[in-house]
Design a protein around this ligand. Sequence first.
Ligand code: GRF
Length: 215
Amino acid sequence: MGDANCRINIAVLVSGHGRGSNLQAIIDACKEGRVDGQVSVVVGTKDEAPAMERARSNGVAAVEVKPKNFATDEEYAARLIAVLAEHKADLVCLAGYMRILPSQMVDAYRWRIMNIHPALIPLFCGKGMYGEHVHQSALDYGVKVSGCTVHFVDEEYDTGPIVIQKAVPVEEGDTAESLAARILVQEHKAYPEAIQLFAEGRLRVEGRVVHVLPE
Ligand code: GRF
């Protein structure tokens, strides 16, 4: 965990089509002093992803690690861990990373990997729940409130202990697109807040509950 008064190194993991808006929000929060840390590397499954471009234009190292280039999960995990070690990552943030991480990677960084999901977990999450599917499912169900969740990552999709949630009211006439856009605004606040709590060493995981210690 990060220590008080110590700037942490953050690694951001993205998938092939990652836009990188959460990455940008994290970079901006570091620059503006809202997060005591810096993004030391972005690891992507595809070099051409917009998020990788965004990393480079912000002067952040962007390293491609293609899962399909590895024969086994162990080898993929070993490469990820090597890149993270090289860039001295204290915390790994998934931002539009669409895969289950290999268990060796989850183990090596236990409670030091976070993800952001655009719904209030445990609703509208799990395998296949990404992008527009999440918001369309929320609208089809008729919920009046959705939102976003930052959680620690365990071995399954969206099941790890919850760090922060922000609620977003559903409005009459919302489409998946309009709801997604309002939730994204909150994602960009929630992720830096969660990272700062980590950097301050204020997160304690007990069972599946994350306790936020006082300042
Ligand atoms: C976000 O909606 C996030 O909640 C989900 O993937 C999307 C990534 O968007 N996990 P961006 O690449 O950060 O713009």
